[in-house]
Design a protein around this ligand. Structure first.
Ligand code: NDP
Ligand code: 8X3
Length: 253
């Protein structure tokens, strides 16, 4: 039997990178996407070591036409995606709503919400035709709770949660599995992006306790995806043990 295909968005770092490797270990051929071409090339070398085939697509999920164009370049054999991991996303800034930067708001809504829709829009029709497929949307604890200064990022991840539920309803007649994975604090480049390259501030988010790793999330995704076809892990919240709520983290400083 031909190998199945998994597409992972935001595979150039963090959770997406680790997930691409975990799914390759399950035997999926991988389509890895992101904006950083060089990183995707590096990932492909790692994926080759797992003995699977892989392709990378370089595009900005905000750009509707670029998403379409990138998909159009896929060879026919790669167009039938079996598993879609909608992971690309970030927080941009962390300010009170009254002094937030509208460019940051645009980035978060355009990437985390609309980007997820644009990519899904390319993948879902083929899944519908075949009445099969698995979609995993990476939400966040920020999509389950609202924390101080989280305002627009939380709104974007609440939207991801709503879209996950909406997809599950609309795709139900087609036997397509839709799952939401909602991590708490995971040590990746996430905070470096949120704090615009401020390494000290970024590091402080993860000091004094053991944060989750990208591999923790990737293993959870691989477990969810590899359940039998009649099983959907619809909604998983995964936190570091030190984290009780979005805003409550036991730190030993
Ligand atoms: P990283 O910053 O390490 O990874 C983010 C990924 O998203 C990168 O591969 C990046 O690729 C991609 N991405 C960002 N913007 C765009 C864009 N405009 N177009 C295409 N790709 C884009 O962070 P994480 O791995 O932590 O984040 C992955 C997901 O997990 C996000 O959705 C995040 O919200 C979510 N999450 C993270 C948590 C955490 O604590 N780290 C907790 C809960 C959820 P490139 O820059 O190459 O485009
Ligand atoms: C990322 C985790 O707590 O910074 O979604 O929102 S948090």
């Amino acid at each position: 039997m031909e190998k199945k295909i998994a597409m992972v968005t935001g595979a150039s770092s963090g959770i997406g990178w680790a997930t691409a490797l975990s799914l390759a270990q399950l035997g999926y051929n991988i389509i890895a996407t992101g904006r950083r071409y060089k990183r995707l090339q590096e990932l492909q070398i790692e994926l080759n070591k797992e003995g699977v085939d892989s392709l990378s697509l370089t595009f900005d999920v905000r750009d509707k036409e670029a998403v379409k164009d990138a998909f159009a370049t896929l060879p026919d054999a790669w167009k039938k995606v079996d598993v879609l991991i909608n992971n690309a996303g970030n927080a941009h800034g962390m300010d009170p709503i009254q002094s937030g930067n509208p460019d940051d708001w645009d980035a978060m809504m355009d990437i985390n919400v609309k980007g997820l829709l644009y990519v899904s829009n390319e993948v879902i029709p083929e899944m519908v035709k075949r009445n099969t497929g698995t979609i995993v949307n990476i939400g966040s604890i920020a999509g389950k709770e609202v924390y101080p200064l989280g305002n627009v990022y939380c709104a974007s991840k609440h939207a991801v949660d709503a879209l996950t539920k909406g997809m599950r309803i609309d795709l139900n007649p087609h036997g397509i599995r839709v799952m939401g994975i909602h991590p708490g604090l995971v040590e990746t480049e996430f905070s470096l992006v949120r704090f615009k390259g401020d390494e000290g501030r970024s590091r402080s988010v993860y000091t004094g306790y053991q944060a989750l790793t990208a591999e923790d999330i990737a293993e959870t995704i691989a477990f969810a995806v590899s359940r039998p076809a009649h099983v959907v892990l619809a909604d998983i919240v995964i936190l570091p043990t030190a984290q009780a709520t979005a805003a409550m983290v036991k730190k030993n400083l």
